[in-house]
Design a protein around this ligand. Structure first.
Ligand code: AMP
Ligand code: MG
Length: 340
């Protein structure tokens, strides 16, 4: 009887080993979407890699159908085309949520974060210059042009009520500061709804979303670029489970003239690239939209006000100043390891 029991236990264990869940395969996929490089590392039982492709499709649709300021297929394009209409424009529920979040951040940042800066962003077109689309002869806009463009901006002048948006004539929405954040939130929903995926780390340019765990139990490691030398990092965030990390930096998109760097993050007070002594800001948050909006806002606000804003929003923040100093919120210290 004893022998029979021992054999049965062995058989049971063998069966368990043979039929138990296979160790998930690691799939790495590098592609471009939303004007940036997307690197996906997925741990999944679906070795065909369909998930990576589906995530790329999701990002493509987000850009072309919702967020792009340039493509006439997007909702933002249509809203901008409808600026000045007395009856306003109907917005989709998801766009309404995004715009309400942007207005909330505009209030909390005391106007530093402003998605109605489209006319000023277009005037500088730093993206175009940085991408080499405008040739070599960059010159900053004239004061008069900037003043005119600024007159067409100001989130306090837009109105969002019960699914309808009123933009004054000439105003242009530019959701560049939250696009990757919205994308990260959509990616997380996708991952949560896919039973094959046990862990993932996905980077979209300066933004990273982590999910689940690695098969070897190791934590997720997210490097923070050194603004003075972007081939190196100032340190690493050691994370477990679901997190959103967003970085805004003066090294991401810029053009240089006579030793001056003109970057893509605009101070709404001056209409010029923000000059708050910050070269890079990294936010760690439990929500993609928040992490992305905050990184832009904190870059403009600088260390002191930015730290207060992050705290108000329940997020952690790390600043690298233009002279290389690193400061961070108390909570960030628990996740940050300085580079050797
Ligand atoms: P990020 O890289 O997330 O900090 O976003 C920068 C992008 O946000 C820029 O390329 C502009 O499209 C847009 N932007 C620039 N300045 C502001 C601002 N003050 N508030 C909101 N969006 C901005
Ligand atoms: Mg941002």
């Amino acid at each position: 009887m004893k022998k029979f029991f021992a054999v049965s236990v062995c058989m049971f264990m063998l069966l368990c080993c043979a039929c138990g869940p296979a160790r998930p395969a690691q799939i790495t996929n590098t592609d471009t979407a939303m004007g940036t490089v997307i690197v996906q590392k997925l741990y999944t039982a679906d070795s065909q890699g369909r998930a990576a492709q589906e995530i790329m499709e999701l990002l493509g649709k987000l850009e072309t159908q919702e967020l792009s300021r340039r493509l006439d297929t997007s909702e933002v394009w249509n809203l901008n085309a409808g600026a000045g209409r007395p009856e306003g424009c109907t917005v989709s529920p998801s766009m309404e949520e995004i715009l309400a979040g942007c207005l909330d951040m505009w209030h909390k940042s005391q106007g530093a974060f402003d998605v109605t800066l489209g006319p000023v962003v277009e005037l500088w077109d730093i993206d175009g210059w940085a991408a080499g689309e405008n040739g070599e002869d960059f010159s900053p806009p004239e004061d008069r042009q900037l003043a005119e463009a600024l007159e067409r901006c100001g989130a306090g002048r837009m109105e969002l009520r019960e699914g309808v948006l009123w933009l004054p004539e000439g105003m242009l929405l530019d959701l560049g500061a939250v696009g990757k954040g919205v994308a990260m939130d959509r990616i997380l929903s996708y991952l949560q709804g896919n039973n094959n995926i046990t862990g993932a780390i996905i980077s979209l340019g300066g933004s990273v979303v982590t999910y689940g765990s690695k098969p070897d139990g190791d934590c997720w490691k997210v490097g923070i670029a050194n603004p003075a030398d972007t081939a190196s990092i100032v340190g690493t965030l050691m994370l477990e489970g679901e997190w959103f990390v967003s970085t805004s930096g003066d090294y991401e998109r810029y053009v240089e003239l006579d030793g001056v760097r003109y970057h893509h993050i605009i101070d709404p007070v001056t209409g010029r690239p923000a000059d708050s002594g910050i070269a890079g800001v990294t936010i760690l948050a439990g929500n993609g939209f928040l992490s992305d909006a905050l990184s832009t806002a904190c870059f403009i606000l600088g260390e002191e006000k930015g730290m207060a804003l992050a705290e108000l929003c329940g997020a952690e923040v790390l600043f690298v100043s233009t002279d290389g100093r690193i400061t961070m919120s108390r909570g960030m210290e628990a996740y940050f390891e300085t580079a050797e």
